[in-house]
Write a protein that binds this ligand. Structure first.
Ligand code: ACO
Length: 321
């Protein structure tokens, strides 16, 4: 089995910053409510930037950070639930923008767990020897999927992309990944794909926008995530207290505080940047990792953990090089 390490990171967000106060100008909410319930203060919202634009920009930064040329990349996976097209895949569009030729390119949909699921696929394929350098990107333009008159969702979700280059390495730095799903919770967060009635099928879509049962998702996240982190560390010889940094999906600061408490870990070890970016679904973990990079030291033990629609969840244990 070949070793794998992260050799580059990048991120991109739309230019426009929208604060809680900006949103409170057009719906019945307040900066106080949003910040105290979620930890979010501001977010970046697309005024035209597409999922491909953000994904390609984050990927280019990751490629530059890794010191690799585009022709070294042989696998591109984009985790997204907001692709610009159902076909071609966002991954193919990113490859075209970056000049990546002959790579295997595809998208993967696992909502806010997308980056962890895509990383599991890429890392496994590198372990097996099929590929040498994989670009894994989480990219979303969620602002096009929320009803901007629904205060239950529009204050939470935002736009952005994060990317990581996974490279074959003599020493393995991706210690373990553990993902799971529970389709019984599939109705808790939904976003239908839009179809038009046709000659044979007159069914009209009744739901246009994303809908979420926030309270149930909160209960799921605060139960499944600490358990999953315990499970990913099982058999590694490490406990949660040995971990230097936890990077969870940036959905809600209260979820992170609850997970920290359940694991009996100081919540200062939980990286947070959701006050600046909101919930960017599949993009949130790689954006957070890119932001955390400057404070990481070689040998740091890191847990990345995602959870979201599906229901899906997963954690990844890495050692920083
Ligand atoms: N401003 C003001 N009031 C609001 C707002 C708002 N933006 N949104 C809801 N409220 C009101 C509700 O109407 C409700 O009022 P009522 O009691 O009169 O009915 C009250 O606030 C409380 O609502 P709750 O939904 O119970 O609020 P809660 O404290 O649970 O916080 C939240 C809601 C932030 C959504 C929380 O449940 C949460 O974070 N859930 C998890 C979401 C998550 O992690 N998603 C990740 C996956 S996303 C994906 O996969 C794409």
């Amino acid at each position: 089995m070949y070793g794998v390490k992260i050799s580059g990171l990048g991120k991109a967000v739309p230019e426009l910053e929208v604060s809680n106060d900006d949103i409170a100008k057009f719906i019945d909410t307040s900066d106080e409510w949003i910040e105290s319930r979620t930890g979010i203060k501001s977010r970046h919202i697309s005024t035209g930037e597409t999922t491909t634009d953000l994904a390609a920009s984050a990927a280019q930064h990751a490629l530059t950070d890794s010191g690799l040329n585009a022709d070294a990349i042989d696998l591109v996976i984009v985790a997204t639930v907001t692709p610009d097209y159902t076909m071609p895949s966002t991954a193919c569009c990113v490859a075209q923008r970056l000049g990546i030729k002959n790579a295997t390119c595809f998208d993967l949909a696992a909502a806010c767990s997308g980056f962890i699921f895509a990383s599991e696929v890429a890392v496994s394929l590198i372990h097996q020897g099929n590929y040498k350098h994989a670009l894994v990107i989480g990219a979303e333009v969620l602002s096009k999927t929320v009803d901007w008159e629904d205060r239950n969702t529009c204050v939470l979700f935002a736009d952005g992309a994060g990317a990581a280059v996974y490279a074959r390495s003599n020493e393995n730095k991706v210690i373990k990944i553990l993902t799971a799903s529970d389709g019984d919770g599939s109705d808790l967060i939904t976003l239908p794909s839009l179809t038009e009635p046709n000659k044979f099928n007159e069914t009209q879509n009744t739901q246009k926008y994303m809908q979420m049962n926030g309270r149930e998702v909160y209960k799921f996240a605060t139960t499944a995530v600490p358990q999953n982190i315990q499970n990913v560390l099982a058999d590694t010889g490490y406990t949660p207290q040995d971990i230097d940094l936890f990077i969870l999906h940036q959905a809600n600061a209260r979820i992170m505080d609850s997970v920290a408490k359940k694991l009996d870990v100081d919540n200062e070890k939980f990286f947070k940047n959701l006050h600046k970016y909101g919930n960017t679904s599949a993009a949130s973990i790689p954006i957070a990792l890119a932001d955390a990079k400057e404070k990481l030291k070689p040998g740091d033990k890191i847990i990345l953990s995602g959870f979201g629609a599906g229901l899906t969840w997963g954690s990844m244990f890495i050692v920083w090089e």
